[in-house]
Design a protein around this ligand. Structure first.
Ligand SMILES: C[S@@+](CC[C@H](N)C(=O)[O-])C[C@H]1O[C@@H](n2cnc3c(N)ncnc32)[C@H](O)[C@@H]1O
Length: 277
């Protein structure tokens, strides 16, 4: 039984990095007029209450989204992302934080489709309450690693998969590349974005090694703050088949995000391997 609940971490620095990338990826997909599909494999509850018990207990959002709002970044990607977050809040206050399903639903067009997978019963029920009336969404209560191969390629043949596990099981660092190997055979042109934590023991290394063996264009972007002996020391994103110019544009956004959150100690590093389209 899964116990992770994202409410403790919503709006923290890892969400900012991941969700700014998500906004930019959707903007790239919208450059063409044909429909696309997004599959969110670890959807969470969709919308988080920043005044609630979970958010209050960690206060991660205060050092994350609240800090970024205060910093008033000039970067276009970050401004676009902040516009999305503020759309879920009353004027001049920050009481809610949209998860990846709500961000995607807000940015997608009427013709696009959003497939959401969430295995935790309570999180799934909350997600249904947020998005069940949206005719573009399909919400599944399943194990996404079992479900994903059967969901691709989507009819639209164009789109994005977000893989954002809680890594409660250490085996997930190996499961992700193993499932992706199967999925990429069925849908080689899909864009796949994988989140991973940077922890002091570098347990994400097998994940990155596994992704390298897939022999696809791969962007790896990591944001770190001041050095820490324990807990999350940084946040990582791997993007398979990154759109043209995405690495350059996201690199600038990530660097500014680092400055806004961590000052001179913020560091954003990226590397691209394989051939980019
Ligand atoms: C990090 S949170 C997701 C946050 C969300 N993607 C966002 O950005 O707002 C991970 C979620 O995945 C769910 N989850 C974990 N393992 C899963 C699996 N194998 N299949 C589907 N959902 C899973 C957890 O219950 C949790 O709600």
């Amino acid at each position: 039984m899964l116990s992770y609940q994202h409410g403790y971490h919503a709006g923290g620095f890892a969400d900012l990095h991941k969700h700014a990338a998500l906004c930019l990826l959707i903007a790239h997909l919208k450059q063409k007029t044909t429909p696309f599909c997004m599959i969110d494999c670890h959807a969470g509850r969709g919308l988080y209450d920043l005044t609630g018990e979970q958010a209050r207990r960690t206060g991660e959002w205060q050092a994350g989204i609240a800090q970024l709002v205060k910093a008033e970044p000039a970067n276009d990607v970050l401004r676009h992302y902040l516009d999305v977050v503020t759309a879920f809040n009353p004027r001049d206050s920050l009481t809610a934080y949209p998860g990846s399903p709500s961000i995607a639903a807000r940015l997608m067009s009427e013709q696009d489709r959003l497939v959401l997978i969430e295995a935790h019963p309570a999180e799934h029920e909350a997600l249904r309450r947020v998005l069940r009336h949206d005719p573009r969404t399909h919400i599944h209560k399943r194990n996404s690693f079992e479900a994903l191969p059967g969901l691709v390629p989507p009819d639209e043949r164009r789109g994005l998969v977000l893989i954002d596990p809680s890594y409660e099981l250490k085996t997930e660092y190996q499961t992700v590349p193993r499932v992706l190997a199967k999925v990429l055979r069925r849908w080689p042109s899909g864009i796949f974005t994988i989140w991973y934590p940077l922890l002091p023991d570098n347990r994400h290394q097998p994940l990155l090694a596994g992704l390298q063996t897939l022999a696809k264009p791969l962007l790896v972007a990591e944001l770190t703050g001041p050095a820490r002996d324990q807990g999350l020391r940084g946040t990582g994103l791997a993007v398979i088949n990154p759109p043209w110019q995405f690495p350059e544009t996201f690199g600038k956004a990530g660097a500014e995000l680092g400055r806004c959150l961590f000052g001179a100690k913020g560091k954003h590093v990226q590397r691209v391997t394989g051939q980019t389209p």
